[in-house]
Ligand binder design. Structure first.
Ligand code: KG4
Ligand code: ZN
Length: 363
């Protein structure tokens, strides 16, 4: 591959007047991603450099390794996104970047690249909230707006329900008090000795299992409201896998238990997500449920939400598979911020935690 220095980003002063393309950059966790999106919302390219192989042996994302890999991959990824969409840098109208929430070092790499490109081209910089973008991803490729809706983000970092009145007006109405649902999938996969990343491995193992074999708890279902908790479910899976702590506790899970346990765990998680999503629909009265984030790739969850939405007579919009897990195309939400005049300054900083939309509204 040519060195970065051989292909400097071109500078230009006044060629952007009619430009209608946005370069979006995403580096909040372990995917280095760039996309080019037209003002009409068409995804012209969507490039993801996965770091899967770097974190696999650790069974989870190692922040320091992630940031270093972003540094090495970000410019080639951006170049590929521009090339695949046949976009010259001088055609860019703006640069969007995820600035919150995520791993601080990872976010900084994307933000620094985006600032540099925006400054050198003299185009606006737009910062994007990753969780909002996961909801916005449900509308990619759709003719009509997905708003208003209940937004549901089910990922490795979040299990959040939102009252979304418009693309730029979200309130957090439900969240997890401990683990995110994707984190629980990942941890239970490790307990069962299944490969990283855990969500797809559990789903795969569950296909040959019986979800009725193990009685898993459905945390927070008896409590009213929209809060989640997945740490108890994870512990129940651990005890079922290894036996309760004591002298006879197993160090590994007997293979014959794995499929039934994966299916039983998955069913409990899906039940909780489905019931809480229904409560959020009833509470807000919105006509649509929009679900994004990595766990939205789970087919059992998709089926369960589809049945619930059919019964509740609301529309279900789940992000297309390629837009469920982390990607830069979902930063198309930046067009909405741009039209509101919401442009970031060059001293914008990253916000690693989820500080947004005011406090959680108690339900
Ligand atoms: O949205 P995402 O790519 O990154 C975050 O923002 O966290 O989500 C990653 C999470 C991981 O926990 C992964 O195990 C989970 O999504 N995941 C799944 C599936 N595919 C990915 N969980 C359950 N079933 C799946 N098919
Ligand atoms: Zn994500």
């Amino acid at each position: 591959m040519a060195s970065e220095r051989e292909q400097p980003i071109q500078q230009s002063e006044s060629l952007f007047v009619n430009a209608r393309r946005l370069l979006a950059i995403e580096s909040s966790c372990d995917e280095t991603a760039a996309a080019v999106i037209s003002e009409q919302g068409d995804v012209l390219s969507n490039v993801i450099a996965s770091q899967f192989e770097l974190h696999q042996e650790f069974g989870g994302v190692v922040p320091e390794i992630a940031s270093r890999a972003h540094v090495a991959r970000i410019l080639p990824t951006i170049r590929t996104a521009l090339a695949e969409s046949n976009t010259k840098v001088t055609e860019l109208a703006a640069v969007a970047v995820t600035s919150e929430p995520g791993l601080v070092g990872s976010l900084l790499v994307g933000l620094t690249a985006a600032k540099t490109i925006a400054l050198s081209l003299g185009v606006p910089l737009v910062t994007v909230n990753h969780v909002d973008a996961h909801i916005f991803a449900c509308g990619i490729g759709k003719e009509t707006s997905i708003f208003p809706c209940v937004g549901f983000v089910v990922s490795g970092g979040h299990t959040n329900l939102y009252d979304c009145r418009s693309a730029t007006d979200f309130s957090l109405i439900g969240s997890t008090t401990d683990d995110a649902v994707g984190e629980a999938f990942d941890k239970v996969a490790r307990i069962l000795g299944l490969p990283y990343p855990g969500g797809p491995s559990i789903e795969q193992a569950a296909r040959s299992g019986d979800p009725r074999v193990w009685q898993m708890p459905r945390p927070m279902l008896k409590k009213p409201g929209l809060e989640f908790s997945f740490s108890g479910l994870k512990t129940a899976a651990l005890y079922a896998a290894r036996g309760v702590p004591g002298p006879d506790q197993l160090t590994t899970t007997p293979p014959e238990r794995v499929a039934d346990l994966a299916a039983s765990f998955q069913e409990a998680a899906v039940d909780v997500l489905t019931v809480k999503a229904r409560r959020a629909l009833d509470k807000t009265g919105h006509p649509r449920l929009c679900v994004g984030g990595g766990v939205a790739a789970n087919q059992r969850l998709r089926q369960s939400l589809a049945a619930m939405c059919c019964e509740a007579r609301v529309e279900l919009c789940i992000a297309d598979m390629e837009y469920c897990t982390d990607n830069a195309a979902m930063a198309a939400i930046a067009w909405e911020h741009l039209s509101d005049g919401n442009i970031a300054q060059l001293d914008a900083d990253v916000l690693p935690g989820l500080i947004r939309h005011g406090a959680l509204q108690k339900s």
